[in-house]
Design a protein around this ligand. Sequence first.
Ligand SMILES: *Cc1c(COP(=O)(O)O)cnc(C)c1O
Length: 456
Amino acid sequence: MSTTATDTLTAPVPLGGPTLPQERRIVTSIPGPRSQELLARKADAVAAGVGHTVPIQAVAAGGGVVVDADGNSLIDLGAGIAVTTLGNAHPRIVAAVQEQVAQFTHTCFMVSPYESYVAVAEALNRITPGSHAKKSALFNSGAEAVENAVKIARKYTKKQAVVAFDHGYHGRTNLTMALTAKSMPYKSGFGPFASEVYRAPMSYPFRDGGLSGADAARKAISVIEKQVGADNLAAVIIEPIQGEGGFIVPADGFLQGLLTWCRSNNVVFIADEIQTGFARTGAMFASDLFGIEPDLITTAKGIAGGLPLAAVTGRAEIMDASHAGGLGGTYGGNPLACAAALAAIDVFENDGLTERAEQIGAILTDRLRRMQSADPRIGDIRGRGAMIAAEFVVPATGDADGTLTSTIAKACIAEGVIVLTCGTYGNVIRFLPPLSISDELLHEALDVVEAALAAA
Ligand SMILES: *Cc1c(COP(=O)(O)O)cnc(C)c1O
């Protein structure tokens, strides 16, 4: 366990990918000297607003671990926020990108189209919920996909208002800040925000007194009808399972109730599946779990193994509402990202990834439920597949316990386990491991979480 700083300073940087030794290995305190050096440079050179959760200098990652410059190997329960679902540096993605980078790196699809962009659109049209005619458009980031979904819905309906939900998160650009619920850190001081954005109550079974999905939908629809009016409403946008807001799973019937209302009122139903998409929840898309077929779906994060890509996919007649030249961007559907996405989608469809997400979910849920039965500070365990969270509370009152949550998260990171927090009240630890993690590593990571909870 003891390695001197000089050893680690001269240690060769390991190659990433699944052949990286799959172990938790702590050889310095975290951050070690090399990582500290980088973090000092970061503080000098990088804008203070760009924060970080894990104080390391990452040099390689793969399978279920992230290795830092000091030689520490951390178990990854975050997957870069649900991005490297297949595991970092997946061999199929590496090969696809290497082949493409030597062929051409950019033409701009709006200038000279290429095949891989069209193939990604075809794949998305095929694998997203519903067998209706669909089309897609590609972008660079989740926020950009959300912005474009709203543009498309407005053009199609010739209406302007958009409804988002309590606890919702949709990005950091101006329109998506307006759609996002939580002020700190996402919005505070960054206004004024885009207009014609309204908020409706979410179904949150742990905190809304167990309202049925149908009742929660009626409540939201009543707010929408009274405060916005269907005649003014272009779109409703919702995460089928909320991500940053705390992995909130709506009660059965909530999404269906909203969708049915949207259909009868010429309102476009947009499912933001940026965090839930691509096998993460044990289905290809979370909408599949709830049996809904959204009009438009936004995707990003898990789509391309870590390369920046995002998409809007949906009903052909809605997607075609925009005049030519109204949608696009210089880099949208970059050829390297498209090559990666085609490889990733092939793996998602053919390597049993939804089944693996379910297995991981079963392990996480079982272990967390056992911890909960011995510790009332765990108020709720929820999620689907490899997207599971624990909500921490003060047992006597049920109030959110954000302090306990951040204490546990920090202790896990210090012991070599990457965990992320979330939730409107900062009292949720979310587990989003890469699906390439082994059962052994996952159990070891949960042992660390359990010990951190006991010690807190
Ligand atoms: C991450 C996320 C976004 C924003 O994606 P970026 O790529 O960070 O712009 C939007 N919606 C949801 C649900 C997300 O999880």
